[in-house]
Write a new protein. Sequence first.
Length: 485
Amino acid sequence: MIRTILEHLQVIFEKTVYIYGVLLLIIYACLALMSYYNVRRFLKKESYTDYKVIVGSELAPGISVLAPAFNEGLTIISNVRSLLTFDYPKYEVIIINDGSTDDTLEKVIKEFSLVKVDFAYDVKIQSKPIRGVYKSTDDAYAKLVVVDKENGKSKADATNAGMNVSSFPYFLCTDVDCILHEQTLQKLIRPIMEEENHRVIATGATLRMANSCEIDKGVIIKIRAPRPLLARFQEMEYIRSFVLGKMGWSYINCVPNVSGGLGMFDKEIAIKAGGYDPASFAEDMELMMRMCRYVHDNKIKAAIRYIPVTLCWTEGPTSLKVFMRQRTRWGRGLIQLMVTHRKMLFNPRYGRVGLIVFPYNFFFELLAPFIEITGLVYYILLAIFGLVNWPYAIILLLFVYSYAIMISSLAVLWDQLTFQYYKTWTDVARIASMVFVEMILYHPLIVIFALRGYFFHLANRKHSWGNMQRTGFKGSSANATTATT
């Protein structure tokens, strides 16, 4: 009886998985081609772009840099100094102290000669109450604004408060412990300034791991491939995701989201869309969906752009426990997003977002862990009942494995040959070697932790990041930091 049922299921399941797999392979191939043409187009524009014109122009739009901070007392001074080094004519740095219980605020006040000031601002987005706004008495720190507020238990709430206080029409959202390139603002504002046919509502760029890099006073001195194995997998994953994935989607104006670690946004559209949702576990993706819904509902011809250069370095988790919390949160945020905005799925009213971006996220991001774990259980049952065509199964497995290696290798090598961030081929080999063992060591963790996030959402279980153990940007265990977000 069970054997007969399995034989019928085998026909249905294998046809479904075959179609699903073929579509996924075609999508990856198309993304690789679109990324190639998009990167070449970017490099061509870069060759004749004079950024001195942007930096020296009075017409350059003002940008507010928003960086929430919670219990960052051990590194806050170097982090703030790093954010004050941008080569751009008109910007402000807004540090939002989200109710820290350590000495974060006291250290910033003392180091930058801050005083509490009367500061007029318009509350357009709700957040936890602001207790005070601080400015420096030293002209050298005139661009710095520090907001002290009650803890909102989320980066989203802190960023909303920062948006209310900000002065300029665009804002850059980042994390206070990220290291940004000094040309970040001019690089990200360029797609907004040069676009003629669309209103660019968001721009983003590549993120990399800061683990093992040489860093001095908040500035990257030398880029190195991460030494810890888990961070090295993440580096490879980020390169593939940004350089191949998001650059490919950007070619057809279908970018699924802009990273919360580095994203520049049109403040007017973000506010009218309702700002960040403090209850969301994927606040960056959720904001993009809100903004996309708003522009389509109001018939605004909009675009989201990505550039392939690395402008942000972040410290990736090296502990499996912290990595699990991070990816569980991402998984929970994805299913939460799909449920909240389910009316967008296959809805032509929302253009490419409803017909391409949302279906892709639903079928090939949300459902992928379900399909993979179901397929594993299914083939174990087939093996038990002797229904597996082993020569065919092995050939299929080798094909999928080889294709995955090819796609990831293309992304890593294309990134290195184009931008040469790594100065030695030893570093390139460290990253490239990860593609051979990703399916065995790393990818199963991604699937398990994503399913864990789905379960937490469906069971309505509480979830927090817990303690994020950092080694610190100086790379010394003596500088270890603990931050709770």
